[in-house]
Unconditional design. Structure first.
Length: 322
């Protein structure tokens, strides 16, 4: 008796032998096939990349998107639909964006003059133009709504000052900036598939640097999945009050039972952009800066103490001579 196959399997019937041959050259075959047959509906990103549960679609995904299988002949690997040029970013009129824009406009003349002075002193050396993404995660989603409400009441504005000055500085330096506060648009900007980050993004990442905050860092991790670790050297974190380096290490945080959004990212201390300094005796792990900032503060304080000591000795000597 003839056995009738579903339509989607009939389409692949002539090439079953070919796909089985390809599968035999895949890393982790056949366990990776079995895993995706059971889990492909757990994350929308698999369907986004064309997986429908069939062996053929899984092998195509593992060949085109992942690195588990060798590339298939006759497949186009160059241009994927989500890598098209993103649409122009809409003109956001939220209170936070208005504040940032207002500060940039108010300080624009000073930034321009500073840029001209720097150009005169740089002997006309041409710096490499970078493509930079600015993504304040604190202004996105439900967290952003709460933040916006506080801005209208007068605070906190320190972070917004930092974002305004950063965007102005990078513009004056001639870099190509993209500013976004949309978590949905973030997926498009970094080339990530919709979902929970189970699928990789397509390399290379189109941004040389990504400036964000701790909320944005969590959004990036969710969107990039395994690629997050690969590109973490390109992240720069605006952390206005600074974070103790020890709390940055995941092993230290785990051993002490710390579970916070702003800790355990395992980044280099110089990737943190600090602005304000709290007193060293202030309670809490957010009371200190990274080592480079502390060195600057320590040397400045030491120099001030030495100057005061020298002034005191000078007055004492003058008094004795009198």
């Amino acid at each position: 008796m003839a056995r009738f196959l579903p339509v989607k399997q009939k389409f692949f019937l002539p090439t079953v032998a070919k796909y089985l041959l390809i599968g035999s050259h895949c890393w982790g075959f056949p366990s990776i096939i079995i895993f995706l047959q059971a889990q492909w509906e757990s994350d929308p990103c698999y369907a986004f990349y064309g997986v429908d549960g069939t062996t053929c679609s899984i092998l195509t995904y593992l060949s085109q998107t992942e690195d588990f299988c060798p590339p298939q002949d006759g497949r186009n690997h160059s241009s994927l639909p989500w890598h098209q040029k993103p649409q122009a970013i809409s003109n956001n009129s939220s209170p936070a964006i208005k504040f940032i824009r207002s500060r940039v406009e108010k300080m624009s003349e000073r930034w321009i003059q500073a840029g001209l002075r720097m150009k005169e002193s740089s002997n006309n050396t041409v710096s490499t133009q970078m493509r930079v993404l600015l993504y304040p995660g604190a202004l996105s989603g439900s967290v952003g709504q709460h933040f916006e409400a506080m801005v209208e009441r007068g605070g906190p504005l320190g972070e917004l000052v930092q974002w305004a000055d950063l965007s102005a500085c990078l513009t004056i330096l001639g870099h190509n900036l993209v500013f976004s506060t949309s978590q949905h648009q973030l997926h498009s900007l970094i080339g990530a598939a919709p979902g929970r980050g189970s699928c990789p993004i397509q390399r290379p990442l189109t941004f040389d640097l990504i400036y964000t905050d701790y909320h944005g860092l969590a959004h990036l991790q969710g969107a990039m999945g395994l690629a997050f670790k690969h590109y973490q050297c390109r992240f720069r974190i605006l952390d206005s009050f600074g974070t103790e380096p020890a709390f940055n290490f995941a092993s230290y945080a785990r051993s002490h039972g710390y579970k916070t959004l702003w800790g355990s990212w395992d980044l280099q201390p110089l990737q943190y952009m600090t602005m304000f300094r709290k007193q060293a005796g202030s309670p809490g792990p957010r009371a200190t800066l990274h080592p480079s900032a502390w060195n600057t503060v320590y040397l400045r304080t030491k120099r001030q103490k030495e100057n005061k000591t020298e002034e005191g000795h000078g007055r004492k000597k003058e008094k004795n001579e009198a």
